[in-house]
Design a protein around this ligand. Structure first.
Ligand code: FE2
Length: 366
């Protein structure tokens, strides 16, 4: 029996982002990122304390939730952390089994296994805690045909077709944890979810003159779920991970990477919709061909969109990072197109961090 057999996971179910104003956040993710609204729950559907908008693109499902009164958990969250990922929910064949296994192995129980149902069937849910105030829900929707969860109503956006930018699936979700805590969370994912370590980047791999970080990547048995975990490393000045921890009030999700099959088209569409990306220095392209070798794409097209490339022993990948998507220097997104590579673009980290630090300096936090 292999290590992860006690915790079968089918894949990502959804990410729930707790925000200050879900109505406006939904508009942003629909119009800028090309998501389509599929379900809604709020006061009109009998939910008294919050409003949630479910938006989808390809296999990606995001749930944007805001609280309606100051004393709600969601409002307190957005006051202390800003808009930020609360739940990285995993699809499982048996949520009760997943919860019992996880809690028995030391996870903090947040919501006991339970079923919710309506005329479309029933869904089994359970939730455990992870780093910071983040949670992982286990979702078994094998007996459900409704739009999202019981309590939600199907939502058809105002007759306007969803723009869609070619995002097809979640690739990885990265957590930032405090200095010295990375190995603790690596051990947590090993013990509680049966994950294994995929890669390890040391501060020497990922350091600039000013800041550094350490990163380890945890993955499930089949490589469907990938959780890189970062911690700050000593640098001359405040690292971007420390900046995150300060403005987020503790650990949380740093970025969410989403896959596309045509990154030039996807990034062009996102730029057209006003999405801002990290600026890739021109000098980056001086030696990129030499570093990455032959690829199927046209370098001029990649350069015109500022797209980054990297290669490892399995193949290559193309990627680009958005700027931070709220005023606090916390959550951002990555668009990634994989050609064999199972890596995360380590060769780009330095180039990327130098670009991020230029922006950090502009905010006066470097
Ligand atoms: Fe990433």
């Amino acid at each position: 029996m292999s290590e992860h057999d006690f915790m079968p996971i089918d894949g990502w179910d959804h990410l729930e982002i707790w925000v200050g104003n879900a109505k406006q956040a939904a508009y942003f993710y629909e119009n800028a990122y090309g998501f389509a609204r599929t379900a809604y729950a709020g006061p009109e559907t009998g939910v008294r304390d919050r409003a949630s908008y479910v938006i989808e693109q390809g296999d990606i499902r995001l749930v944007l939730t805001s609280g309606l009164r100051g004393d709600s958990d969601v409002c307190r969250w957005s006051a202390t952390k800003g808009d930020s990922v609360r739940d990285v929910a995993l699809a499982v064949p048996d949520a009760t089994h997943a919860y019992r296994q996880a809690v028995q192995r030391g996870a903090r129980g947040i919501a006991e296994p339970h079923w919710v149902e309506d005329e479309h069937g029933r869904v089994e849910l359970a939730t455990i805690g992870t780093y910071g105030d983040n949670v992982h829900s286990f979702v078994n929707r094998s007996e459900y045909t409704g739009p999202y969860l019981p309590g939600f109503v199907a939502h058809t956006p105002n007759g306007r077709p969803a723009p869609g930018v070619g995002l097809i699936s979640i690739d990885h979700v990265v957590g930032n944890v405090e200095l010295g805590r990375m190995d603790e969370w690596v051990a947590f994912y090993e013990r509680v979810l049966g994950f294994t370590q995929l890669t390890h980047f040391s501060d020497e791999d990922i350091s600039t003159e000013y800041s550094a970080l350490m990163s380890k990547v945890m993955t499930d048995g089949e490589g469907k779920i990938k959780f890189p975990i970062n911690e700050p490393a000593e640098g001359k000045r405040k690292s971007q991970i420390e900046e995150y921890l300060e403005f987020h009030g503790g650990p949380g999700v740093q970025h969410v990477a989403m896959q596309t099959e045509d990154i030039v088209k996807t990034v062009a569409a996102l730029r057209e919709h006003g999405v801002l990306f990290i600026t890739t220095p021109d000098a980056y392209y001086d030696d990129v061909e030499e570093r990455v070798g032959d690829i199927d794409q046209d370098w001029a097209a990649l350069r015109s969109m500022g797209i980054l490339a990297d290669r490892d022993e399995d193949g290559y990948l193309l990627q680009l990072f958005t700027k931070i998507v709220q005023d606090r220097p916390t959550l951002f997104f990555e668009v990634i197109e994989r050609h064999g590579s199972r890596g995360f673009g380590i060769g780009n980290f330095k180039a990327l961090f130098e670009a991020i630090e230029r922006e950090q300096a502009l905010r006066g936090n470097l």
